[in-house]
Design a protein around this ligand. Structure first.
Ligand SMILES: [Zn+2]
Length: 528
């Protein structure tokens, strides 16, 4: 179906009836010699560096929470490495963020009625306990003003279990998988729009505001009551703990402190709660040392280039977010994307190919806090989203390619509604049909840094990837670690990205663009 559509649009657009392949070759010849050299450098185990980069970014320097000392060390290593490869113009560009945070120590045990170690992690940007603290656990589910009154004066020195014990279902489906042909066919179709009227559940902005007000009141209540720590059950199971920051986190050094907060493996949370239900007291001990870092309130993006030749003033960008959450080492989210993009740059440089346009890598931080780094970069270089005032560089950027969906091999590209690029990408994918990359999705995909470019009318694209274990196991969890990263997929991804970037850099014309959007405030984005 997809091919048929393309043949028809190509025929109508060009006004003659050549077969699709001939049409595409006529308009977008792929330099197969260059593709050979890219594959040769990137697919040989002895020469590929992608898993070596991945190991540095995770095992040595991970996790890479925005504003933490770890991410700065990781950035120093990445920039040093880029310089060793001979990349040009390697530097960091600062942007205002807020306070950093680092956890130095976390120990959690149940002491009575039985002693056992607990699998748990502190939420980012919550304070520590000021040394080891022992106290009783209590289940206190607080969702209304009435609940606040019920529990007032009863929680001092307690570990508060904040939610009912979740159901844990058997895992009949394998956690890891590849996209099926049927799923890829579905992704390639225009999605159904929701034509239902009304705002749907949630009740609109007033209800949201009321909820946020109550959350702030609840957070202050726990501080005033003097709880030791709040404990949430992890939404994962099998020892996997998904943990980010508190819902109403603030990076402002002047914001009021919250109580220490912890996410615990659901099975142990359940054991404690079920013991309490039998009126058997449970004593816990935790030692949480966490530090707020207020000396540097900026974060940064990392940039590096391969200079172009006859079109050097025009730029093709590739990028990925460099930051992660903190419980694992941020291996699939998003050391995988950053390592692939770094390796793509290394391949292009090492292969000796000469891109006509300048190729520029951007590694962003603050993605997990809402695409903050890439939006700051786009505003600084290309356009202000709110006013749609364009800077001169806006006209010079050809395209931006992003990777942020874990370790899985690339199966295609999301077009973000830009149908003009479909026949071009179709031609560029041809040499990668044999690794399963053959799908163009007209639909948008959200949640990551290509949006920062797309929302100011620049061609920004995110690749379609096999999910592997992304949503089931690794994404924002303590199991986002090196072992979950697949070397073959990573090597292929670096080669595909290098080829796409080279194709774009050496094309006679820049890629077609969508019409410019009207000025608007950027929407709050739920980051991936
Ligand atoms: Zn993420």
């Amino acid at each position: 179906m997809k091919r048929l559509t393309l043949v028809l649009s190509a025929v109508f657009a060009l006004g003659f009836g050549l077969p699709l392949a001939a049409t595409l070759l006529a308009t977008d010849p792929v330099d197969l010699d260059a593709i050979y050299r890219i594959k040769d450098e990137g697919l040989q185990v002895q020469r590929s560096k992608v898993m070596d980069i991945e190991s540095y970014l995770t095992d040595v320097y991970g996790p890479r929470l925005t504003g933490s000392p770890e991410i700065r060390e990781a950035a120093d290593w990445a920039m040093k490495t880029m310089k060793e490869w001979g990349l040009a113009n390697v530097h960091a560009e600062n942007w205002p963020f807020g306070r950093g945070w680092q956890n130095q120590r976390f120990v959690a045990m149940a002491l009575t009625p039985r002693a056992y170690p607990l699998i748990a992690y502190p939420k980012a940007w919550t304070p520590g306990t000021n040394g080891p603290v022992t106290g009783e656990a209590v289940l206190a589910i607080i969702q209304t003003d009435q609940d606040l009154e019920t529990w007032r004066g009863k929680l001092r020195g307690k570990f508060v279990l904040t939610a009912a014990v979740p159901n844990v279902n058997p895992q009949f489906d394998a956690p890891g998988r590849r996209l099926t042909d049927a799923e890829l066919a579905d992704v390639s179709k225009q999605p159904q729009v929701n034509v239902g009227r009304g705002r749907g559940p949630g009740g609109g902005p007033n209800a949201l505001q009321a909820q946020q007000t109550f959350q702030r009141k609840r957070a202050q209540f726990f501080v005033d009551e003097g709880v030791v720590a709040l404990i949430d059950p992890s939404p994962g199971s099998g020892g996997t703990v998904f943990v980010q920051g508190p819902a109403n986190v603030s990076y402002d050094p002047k914001a009021p402190l919250q109580a220490p907060q912890v996410v615990m493996a659901v099975e142990q949370y359940g054991r404690i709660a079920r013991t309490l239900e039998k009126n058997v007291p449970v004593t816990l001990q935790m030692d949480i040392q966490s530090t707020f870092l207020d000396t540097t309130l900026t974060s940064f993006n990392i940039v590096g280039e391969i200079a172009g030749t006859d079109k050097a003033d025009e730029v093709v960008m590739l990028g990925a977010h460099f930051d992660s959450w903190h419980a694992g080492t941020g291996a699939t989210d998003n050391a995988a994307g950053a390592a692939v993009m770094l390796e793509a740059m290394r391949i292009l440089k090492q292969s000796g190919l000469k891109p006509r346009r300048t190729v520029r890598l951007g590694l962003w931080t603050g993605e997990e806090q809402g695409l903050l780094g890439s939006r700051a970069y786009v505003k600084e270089h290309f356009a202000d989203r709110t006013t749609m005032q364009l800077k001169p560089e806006h006209a010079k950027l050809d395209a931006y390619f992003n990777l942020d969906n874990g370790t899985g091999v690339i199966r295609g590209v999301y077009l973000q509604g830009n149908e003009g690029v479909a026949p071009i990408f179709e031609a560029w994918m041809e040499p990668f049909h044999n690794v399963g990359m053959a799908t163009l999705a007209i639909r948008n995909t959200g949640g990551t840094d290509h949006l920062s470019f797309d929302e100011v009318g620049l061609p920004g694209f995110q690749f379609i990837q096999d999910p592997i274990e992304y949503d089931t196991r690794t994404h924002h969890s303590n199991m986002d670690v090196f072992e979950r990263v697949q070397a073959n997929d990573m090597m292929r991804n670096a080669v595909i990205v290098a080829a796409f970037v080279y194709d774009a850099a050496n094309r006679d014309d820049k890629l077609p663009r969508k019409p410019l959007p009207r000025p608007a405030a950027p929407p709050a984005t739920q980051a991936r």
